[in-house]
Design a protein around this ligand. Sequence first.
Ligand SMILES: Nc1nc2c(ncn2[C@@H]2O[C@H](COP(=O)(O)OP(=O)(O)OP(=O)(O)O)[C@@H](O)[C@H]2O)c(=O)[nH]1
Ligand SMILES: [Mg+2]
Length: 365
Amino acid sequence: MQKVKAEMGKDALILSTRKVRQKGIMGWFKRPLIEVVAAADESREENFIPRRVMSANATSYALLGRQDDTSRVLEKLEAQIANMGEMLDKLTSSLKATEGRADLNIKHEYIPYYEMLVKNEVNEDIAKDIIQKAGLLHERSSADFKRCLEQVLMERIGPSRPLEVSPGRRKVVIFVGPTGVGKTTSLAKLAAIFSIQKQMRVGLITADTYRIAAVDQLKIYAEIMELPLSIVYSPREVVDALEEHNDKDVVFIDTAGKSIRDRAQEKEILELISLSKADEVYLVLSCNTSYSGCLNIIRSYSFLPDYKLLFTKVDEASSYGIILNCRHISGRPLSYIATGQSVPDDIEVADPNKLLSCIMKRVEV
Ligand SMILES: Nc1nc2c(ncn2[C@@H]2O[C@H](COP(=O)(O)OP(=O)(O)OP(=O)(O)O)[C@@H](O)[C@H]2O)c(=O)[nH]1
Ligand SMILES: [Mg+2]
C-alpha cells in the first residue's frame, strides 16, 4: 500500500493482488512476485486507470498509466517546441531588422526621422545623408535633433529664386522640360501674374510647332490676356521675334516637350537659349515623377548651362520628397510650385518654410 501510494498518490486504491512466478525455468526456484493492481481517482472518470505495481525486486511498472503520461508529456513538449519556434522566428526577424539598421549607420533614436523622410519619398541615400548631417550637428550643438534636422533640411531646400523683372530691363525667360509636365500652363500662369497683377509689359513666343494644338493652346491664353504672341519655326527665327518684343519687360518662350536622349532637340534648345540671349531657363518637372524618372530627366538636361527648378502637379503628389531629391541631384535653385490646373491662381513662389513644414509634419515621432 505504501508503494502504491508513493507511486499513485494518497487516494490510490488496491483493486487486486495475486502471486506470480518470475519468468524462465529459474523463476520456478525463486520467490514469487506479488502483482498489485491499483487505481487512483484523478477526479475524472476516464482518469480512473488501473496500474500494475510489481513488488519483490522493488521495480514498479505502471503499464497502462505510463502510456497516457507519455502522450501528455509529448503534447506538452510539442507545444513548447512550437512556442520556441515562434520565439526564434521573432528573434531572427528582429535581428534582421537590426542588421538592416546597422547598415544604415544611423543612431537608434534618429531612425523614426529617417523612416518618415523615406515615407515622404525622399530617396533612401539622400535621407540617410540628411540624418547623418543632422546627427553631427546635434552632437556639436546644444539644439535638439529635430531643430538640427530642420536646419539641414532648410539648407537642402535652399532659398527660392523666383523671376524678378524690372520695368525697362527686358528679361527673356525660356521654359523647357519633358512632355506634358505643365510648361505651357505654368508659362501662362506667370504671364498672367506679371501682366495683370504686376502690370509689366509681357510678350509670348512659342517654339513648340511640333503639335498644331500646342500653338493653339498658347494662342488662346494670349488672346484671353491680350498679350502678343509670336511663333518661331526654327531657333534662328527667335532673333526677329524678339525684335518685335523690344518694348517688353519680360518675354516668355515656350518650347516643345523633350524626350530623354533626343539630341536634335537638345541642340535646338541650346540654340534657342543662345540666340535669344535667355536670362533665365526654367526646367519644369512634375511632382508625379518617380525618383529614377527625375534622375534620368535631370541627367538628360545636364546640357543646359544654367536653370531653375519649377515643380508642377504638387496637388496630385502624395509627398514633397521629390522636390528634395531633385534639389539634391541637380543642385539648382527652386523657383515656383504649381498647385493645380487653374490659370493664373495655381502657382506660387516656392516657400522653403512651407516646404519644410510639409516635410516635417510627417516627421513627428
Ligand atoms: N493637377 C495639375 N495639373 C496641371 C498642373 N500644371 C499643368 N497641369 C495640367 O497638365 C496638362 C499638361 O499641361 P501643359 O501645360 O500642356 O504641359 P506641357 O508641358 O506644356 O506639355 P507639352 O507641351 O505637350 O510637352 C494639362 O492638362 C494641364 O492642365 C498642376 O500644377 N496641377
Ligand atoms: Mg506645352
